[in-house]
Design a protein around this ligand. Structure first.
Ligand code: SAM
Length: 220
């Protein structure tokens, strides 16, 4: 029942703030038609990430976890014409669908999708000559600490690292819960606590996707 209230509240706000978007609708449709899971960020979250990227003048963005390219589209729309989004995905079917979706959005020229396990691909990326302005981590949650360490190496000072799904219906704070995704979120918190080179906070989110949250970290 609370889920119904959250969904209604999000739809209400969206009806004022997020105009109907045929390109995003097509992307969602094509992703479903191709059997992708319905686990992308919500429209409100996608727009928030987009606004965040614009507000720091991001030109180079890295995303870990592409799925069908829904969040990628919000990011690619945020960077200027000479900007770039690099997005990492392990599932070839997702890469295929995301490639189609980014073509639908007319954004192929701004996006590089790299197929492979993110931990391996991240090893090959370098912060020189131009570091990333923003990194969005949204792949397998078990990898969060590893992805974060790379993100910190690859992002500029003053850049932002955002990690999705860190609250998980409050399960991350329930120490009895030993789920591997929950443990992945906890390990990230340990890493953040011990790292004097970032300043971070978690914002819980509630809406059509249930009850979860993002951690935001600023590289100092
Ligand atoms: N960011 C996307 C969005 O909001 O539209 C959603 C990403 S979805 C939550 C997570 C994605 O991470 C899935 O497509 C999954 O195949 C991918 N993934 C899982 N393990 C991975 C790994 N080891 N390396 C790269 N991608 C991985």
């Amino acid at each position: 029942e609370s889920q119904q209230i959250w969904t209604r509240a999000e739809a209400y706000h969206n009806s004022f703030l997020i105009p109907k978007d045929e390109v995003l609708d097509k992307i969602v449709e094509n992703s479903r038609a191709n059997g992708l899971l319905n686990i992308s960020v919500s429209a409100a979250q996608g727009k928030f990430l987009h606004l965040l990227a614009r507000s720091i003048g991001a030109k180079k963005i890295l995303e870990v976890g592409t799925l069908g390219g829904y969040s990628t589209t919000w990011f690619a729309r945020a960077v200027p014409e000479d900007g770039a989004v690099t997005t990492l995905e392990v599932d070839p079917q997702c890469v295929r669908v995301a490639t189609e979706n980014l073509a639908t959005a007319g954004l192929v020229h701004k996006v590089e999708i790299i197929l492979g396990p993110a931990a391996e691909t991240l090893e090959t990326l370098s912060p020189t000559p131009i570091p990333f302005d923003l990194v969005f981590i949204d792949a397998d949650k078990e990898g969060n600490a590893t992805y974060f360490k790379h993100a910190k190496r690859l992002v500029r000072k003053g850049g932002i690292i955002i990690v999705d799904n860190v609250v998980r219906d409050g399960k991350v704070a329930d120490l009895e819960n030993k789920d591997s995704m929950v443990e992945g979120a906890r390990r990230l918190l340990e890493v953040l606590k011990a790292d004097p080179e970032v300043s971070a906070t978690t914002i819980s989110t509630v809406g059509e996707k249930g009850y979860d949250g993002f951690t935001f970290a600023l590289k100092l």
